[in-house]
Design a protein around this ligand. Structure first.
Ligand SMILES: Nc1ncnc2c1ncn2[C@@H]1O[C@H](COP(=O)(O)OP(=O)(O)OP(=O)(O)O)[C@@H](O)[C@H]1O
Ligand SMILES: [Mg+2]
Ligand SMILES: [Mg+2]
Length: 549
C-alpha cells in the first residue's frame, strides 16, 4: 500500500510522517497525505492528488475526523452487547407494566372490555433516550399509566411488589419525596430510574405522543413534572437539524465537562440535561456545520454568554412570569417555562465560566496545522492548581451503610459548598470520589480545592459543626455514618495522584438515600381503597421509602 502510494505521488509519500492509512474494511481505506483526506473504495484504484492547499471545507472535514477518532479511542459508545442488554430491559419492563395495569384494572373492578382495552407504557428518556449514554449510564424510563392507576397505591405498592418478585430485579427502592418521584432498581445489573405519569385516558398507546395536548389535559402536577424530561427529549430531537451531529457534539461536551470537573448537578455543576440543551442550542446555529466547528461555536457561545440571561431552546407561546432562577438558568424545552434544577453557586459559576473560556481559547484555532484536540480534554490538574484542599471523609460500618450515608450527604453538598465559600471564599468541589484503602472502615473521600493561598485551617471546625446540624435536620433515618472535615495541603493528596488526573477510583454513588427495611419490623398490609378487604401489598412499618434527592 505504502509503496503503491509512493509511486503515485512521491511528493506526498516520501516521508513516513506525511501520510496515514486507516483501514475501514477489507478493501476500503482512508489515506491521509499531509492534511488531505481520500476515501478509497478500492485499493487498486488508488489515485493521489498533487499538493493543493486545502480548502476550508476539507480542513473542517479532516479536523472533524480527528475529533471523532479521539472520541472513538475514548470508548464512549457502549458495546453492541450492552445496547442489546438495554433493549431487553426496556422490552421486559414494557411487558411488566402491561401485566401490572391489567391487574390494577381488575382490582379496580373495571368491566372486562375495559380491562382488555387498557394499556400502560414505558418511554425511555435521559441520555439513553437521546442515544448518548455510556456503559455506566442509568436507564431513565418513564412509566405512563391510565386514569385509574394511582401513584401512591398502584405504582409504589403494586408495581414495586411485582418488580421485587422478579429474579432480574435487585436493590428496589422508592423515592417518594423527590421533585420527580420514582422507583429506582437494578434490572439485570443496569440501574433504572422509573418515574410515573398518569394520563386521563383508559389506554396509553405504546408510542404515546407526550406533546399532544389531548393526552396532557387535566393531569396532576407530579405527572406533569415527570413528563417534562420526556417532552424535553422529544423537543430536542425534533429541533436539531442532524441527530448524528447533535449526539456527537453532546458526547464531546460531556467528556470535556467530566474531564475538566464541571459535570455533576449535586456538586454544583451541569448535569446531563443541561449539557443536552446547550448542545442542541448550538446545533441550531448552522445546519451545515461540521462537528469541529460546532464544538468551537459551543465554547464561543457560552464563554461570552450574558448570564443570567436564560438559554432558551424553544420560545414558549405565552410570556414568562417572574425572573428565571439561578445563576445560569437553562429552560427545559417542554412548553411551560420550566427550568432545569441547578445547584450552581458563586464558586462553581466561576469555575464553569473559566472552563468555557479555556475551551474557547483552545478551540478558536482548531484549523491551524498543529492543533490537537487532546488538549481540550486534558483532566483538570487539581493538585497543581490549588495549595489547600477541604477533605471530606465519609465512612460507615459496611458498604451498604456507606452507600446510603454517602447518598444522603451528597444530596446536601450544595449546603456544604456554600458554608465553605462563606469561610474560605472560592471552592472547587471536585466530583471525583476517592477511597482510602488502608482505613479501618469502608470510606469515600472528596478533596475540594480552596482558592486562597493562606488560610486558617481551624476554621473548618465551624463548617463541620454547621454542616452536621444541617445533616441532622433532614429526614435520614438510616444508620448514620461518620463525616470528618479537615484541610489538607496539595502534597497530602493521594499519592497515586488521582486528584491530578481526575480518574475515578470507583463507581460514583448515586445521590439518594433510603430507609432500609428493618428485618425485625412487621410488614403491614395495605388495603385497596376500591375492593373492600383486598390487600394490594405489604409495606414495612418504618419503611416509608422516603428519599431526598
Ligand atoms: N436538574 C435537573 N433539572 C431538570 N430535569 C432533570 C434534572 N436532572 C435530571 N433531570 C431529568 O431526568 C433525566 C435523567 O437525568 P440523569 O441524571 O439520569 O441524566 P442523563 O441526562 O440521563 O445523563 P447520564 O448519562 O449522566 O445519566 C434528564 O434527561 C432530565 O430530563
Ligand atoms: Mg440518565
Ligand atoms: Mg437518572
Amino acid at each position: 500500500m505504502a509503496d503503491y502510494a509512493k509511486r503515485q505521488s512521491p511528493r506526498f509519500f516520501f516521508s513516513k510522517r506525511r501520510f496515514r492509512v486507516f483501514s475501514l474494511s477489507n478493501n476500503t481505506f482512508f489515506v491521509r497525505p499531509l492534511r488531505r483526506v481520500f476515501v478509497l473504495p478500492d485499493i487498486t484504484a488508488l489515485v493521489v492528488s498533487p499538493a493543493f492547499p486545502l480548502s476550508m471545507s476539507e480542513m473542517e472535514e479532516e479536523s472533524s475526523i480527528s475529533l471523532r477518532q479521539l472520541m472513538a479511542n475514548e470508548g464512549l459508545v457502549p458495546s453492541l452487547e450492552d445496547e442489546e442488554k438495554r433493549r431487553v430491559v426496556i422490552s421486559k419492563l414494557q411487558k411488566i407494566v402491561v401485566k401490572w395495569i391489567k391487574k390494577v384494572a381488575w382490582q379496580r373492578r373495571l368491566p372486562n372490555h375495559q380491562i382488555a382495552a387498557t394499556n400502560a407504557t414505558i418511554i425511555a428518556y435521559g441520555s439513553y433516550g437521546l442515544g448518548v449514554h455510556g456503559s455506566e449510564s442509568d436507564i431513565d424510563a418513564l412509566c405512563i399509566g391510565p386514569f385509574f392507576a394511582s401513584i401512591a397505591e398502584d405504582f409504589f405498592i403494586v408495581l414495586r411488589n411485582m418488580l421485587k418478585s422478579r429474579p432480574e430485579v435487585s436493590e428496589v427502592l422508592c423515592v417518594k419525596d423527590a421533585k420527580v418521584p420514582l422507583i429506582r432498581f437494578k434490572f439485570d445489573g443496569i440501574l433504572v430510574d422509573l418515574p410515573y405519569a398518569q394520563l386521563r385516558v383508559l389506554s396509553i398507546p405504546n408510542d404515546v405522543d407526550v406533546l399532544n395536548p389531548f393526552f396532557l389535559r387535566n393531569i396532576d402536577e407530579t405527572s406533569w413534572k415527570s413528563l417534562s424530561g420526556v417532552r424535553a427529549n422529544k423537543c430536542i430531537l425534533q429541533i436539531v437539524p442532524s441527530l448524528e451531529l447533535f449526539q456527537s457534539l453532546l458526547r464531546c461536551v460531556k467528556l470535556w465537562a467530566k474531564r475538566r470537573g464541571v459535570y455533576g448537578n449535586l456538586n454544583g455543576f451541569f448535569g446531563g440535561v443541561h449539557m443536552a440543551i446547550l448542545a442542541a442550542f448550538v446545533c441550531r446555529y448552522d445546519p451545515e456545520a461540521t462537528l469541529s466547528s460546532l464544538l468551537a461555536i459551543f465554547f464561543t457561545t457560552f464563554a461570552y454568554w450574558q448570564w443570567p440571561t436564560p438559554v432558551v431552546l424553544l420560545k414558549d407561546t405565552y410570556p414568562a412570569t417572574g425572573s428565571p432562577p439561578g445563576l445560569m438558568p437553562i429552560q427545559l424545552p417542554c412548553g411551560s417555562h420550566q427550568y432545569c434544577n441547578s445547584n450552581i453557586t458563586r464558586s462553581t459559576f466561576y469555575k464553569i465560566m473559566a472552563e468555557f473560556l479555556r475551551g474557547h481559547n483552545l478551540t478558536k484555532d482548531y484549523l491551524k496545522p498543529n492543533f490537537n484536540w487532546k488538549n481540550l480534554f486534558e483532566p483538570f490538574p487539581y493538585a497543581n492548581t490549588y495549595t489547600w484542599f477541604a477533605k471530606i471523609h465519609l465512612s460507615a460500618a459496611n458498604q451498604e451503610d456507606l452507600s446510603d450515608w454517602v447518598g444522603w450527604v451528597k444530596s446536601r453538598f450544595r449546603c456544604l459548598l456554600i458554608k465553605i465559600e462563606e469561610v474560605y471564599g472560592m471552592c472547587d468541589p471536585n466530583p471525583t470520589e476517592y477511597v482510602e484503602p488502608y482505613a479501618k472502615q469502608p470510606n469515600i473521600v472528596f478533596y475540594w480545592g480552596l482558592q486562597l493561598r493562606t488560610i486558617d485551617v481551624s476554621n473548618i471546625e465551624s463548617v463541620e459543626t454547621d454542616f452536621l446540624k444541617n445533616l441532622n435536620n433532614g429526614s435520614f433515618q438510616g444508620p448514620v455514618g461518620r463525616i470528618q472535615l479537615s484541610v489538607v495541603k496539595a502534597s497530602q493528596l493521594p499519592k497515586n495522584s488521582e486528584c491530578g488526573n481526575n480518574k475515578r477510583s470507583k463507581k460514583m454513588t448515586k445521590a439518594c438515600w433510603r430507609i432500609r427495611e428493618n428485618k425485625q419490623c412487621k410488614e403491614t398490609p395495605v388495603y385497596s381503597q376500591h375492593l373492600p378487604g383486598y390487600v394490594v401489598g405489604y409495606e414495612k412499618m418504618n419503611n416509608r421509602d422516603t428519599e431526598s434527592l
